[in-house]
Write a protein that binds this ligand. Structure first.
Ligand SMILES: [Mg+2]
Length: 322
């Protein structure tokens, strides 16, 4: 089990600045993946060169609901020095009302409306979707949970589940969020010198649901596949958590040494491109740190200063928990 000991080794051995760079890399990477993927949402597979060219043509790399909600998760974790479901739901509502144009799906506004009418945050999602949703909306925003609880796998899973519960109550939606948060935590601890095979082992031991375990197993064959389209064929590229979290992880594992290769590959899968690329970007940014992210992209990222400031405050708050 990943535990406090490994986290302490990282803090002592690599220094606080490395850790801070990973927190910054994770949130900036998440926002960039989202922004780079947004124009390709719903597309078929796209060549990486077209993804690079599209980024170059744009003046501002504007992000969507994925980043907007991840920002809300970070804001709430910082304000409460940990998880508070009622507070986090309130922040989601506040942020949505300020910027409802960020490309939210139909679900969140319905959830927010009912919470405002007095339905408890942990019951509202099941009222709207009997049985709960297994979309990737909880996984897309969960990276700050992976950062904040990177040393405590048990609490990481608990909070990933609880934060998912606000909108996604199905166990496959929650498990997808937990797996994405765990991937971020592993990236903080083991990057950039760890091996993809070792990460796959650890993720395989972490997941409890068969669909995720099977896809992690399948990933072993995909690490060396020449054609990136194979990733979408075998792991999916859709809006279901189990058809997007594994694909996002796989794009990172295929290019652990390069943020731009990992993220453009994720965008190039097409389908739910912004969400998949934002999850890849969060893991890759946490693995490599902020310095590995191309400045041509960060310079054009919308609200970059605020996102970095939030990452630093999350880092300070997480360390203050010791
Ligand atoms: Mg989006």
């Amino acid at each position: 089990m990943m535990g406090g000991k490994e986290g302490l080794i990282l803090a002592a051995g690599s220094g606080r600045d490395v850790l801070k760079g990973k927190f910054r890399g994770c949130l900036v990477g998440l926002a960039l993946g989202d922004a780079l993927g947004a124009p390709f949402e719903g597309a078929g597979s796209v060549d990486k060169r077209e993804v690079f060219a599209a980024a170059e043509r744009r003046q501002v790399l504007r992000y969507t609901d994925d980043t907007h909600m991840a920002v809300g998760v970070a804001e709430s974790l910082i304000a409460c020095r940990g998880f508070d479901g009622s507070h986090m739901a309130g922040i989601f509502i506040r942020n949505f009302e300020r910027e409802p144009w960020r490309g939210y799906g139909p679900g969140p506004p319905l959830v927010f409306q009912r919470i405002k009418l007095g339905v408890p945050w942990d019951r509202v999602a099941e009222e709207i979707y009997p049985g709960g949703s297994f979309g990737n909306g909880a996984a897309m925003r969960v990276a700050p949970v992976g950062l904040f609880y990177y040393r405590d796998t048990v609490r990481l899973r608990e909070v990933a589940f609880l934060s998912a519960q606000i909108t996604h109550a199905h166990f496959l939606g929650k498990e997808g969020a937990a797996l994405q948060a765990f991937a971020v935590a592993l990236a903080v601890i083991y990057g950039p010198s760890g091996s993809p095979e070792d990460l796959l082992e650890r993720m395989g031991a972490f997941v409890t649901e068969r669909v995720y375990r099977d896809k992690l197993e399948k990933m072993k064959d995909l690490l060396g596949a020449a054609d990136p389209a194979e990733v979408a064929v075998h792991l999916g590229n859709g809006i279901e958590a189990f058809n997007s979290v594994p694909a996002a992880i796989c794009c990172f594992l295929r290019h652990p040494g390069s943020f731009e290769e990992a993220v453009t590959e994720a965008v190039g899968l097409g389908g739910d491109a912004d969400t998949i690329a934002s999850m890849t970007g969060a893991i890759s940014g946490a693995w490599l740190g902020i310095e590995a992210i191309p400045v041509e992209w960060t310079a054009k990222l919308e609200n970059r200063d605020y996102i970095e400031e939030l990452a630093v405050r999350l880092w300070e708050t997480a360390l203050g928990q010791e």
